[in-house]
Design a protein around this ligand. Sequence first.
Ligand SMILES: CC(C)(COP(=O)(O)OP(=O)(O)OC[C@H]1O[C@@H](n2cnc3c(N)ncnc32)[C@H](O)[C@@H]1OP(=O)(O)O)[C@@H](O)C(=O)NCCC(=O)NCCS
Length: 179
Amino acid sequence: MIKRFMREYLRFAPRLMAEWFAQTILGGVDGPIGMLLRRYCYLSFIGKTKGRFFIWSRVSIQHGYGLSIGSDVCINSGCVLDARGVLSIGDRSLIGPNCTIVSSTHRIDSHPISDAGHEKAPTVIESDVWIGANVVILGGIRVAHGCVIGAGSIVTKSTTPYGIYVGNPARLIRMREAL
Ligand SMILES: CC(C)(COP(=O)(O)OP(=O)(O)OC[C@H]1O[C@@H](n2cnc3c(N)ncnc32)[C@H](O)[C@@H]1OP(=O)(O)O)[C@@H](O)C(=O)NCCC(=O)NCCS
């Protein structure tokens, strides 16, 4: 497992070191000071940013070199963002507390599973999306512009713009009025 990790990710070592270091030091700092420090120091390992962004405390960003964050994005506390397969978050999108958003999955067709490696699957959260608390978004999903995802939902399929989705698996319950 360690050998496979080294083979796949050695070229990202400087970025990964910056990511581990910055999050260890600053990840748990509460309040506006923590938010401000993270906004500047996390630039050392996040792949692409566009403007202001707000990352609350205890957010875990994994493989941040694959993460792209639009302007005025807010990521609430306790979220886990896996960007190894590329994760893009559009302008003004809000991610509630304790969400898990992934862009990869373990390969499940070979044994042992610990050596099977990852299947990468780019995930996109478009702009002006609100994701409620405790949502899980699987790899390869596109959450379309203007959507709302209800608390506790598990999103297994891409969504339609301005839809409100809830449940496990997340289903469309109604549409928001488009701008
Ligand atoms: C998605 C949400 C915005 C929908 O609100 P709404 O439009 O007022 O929806 P309603 O309360 O009228 O519910 C409509 C139906 O969906 C169901 N529903 C609503 N939210 C749900 C959820 N998160 N999970 C499962 N079902 C849900 C309701 O039970 C209701 O079902 P019914 O018609 O069978 O009675 C809201 O329920 C929600 O989840 N908000 C997130 C809150 C949150 O996470 N806050 C912290 C993050 S910053």
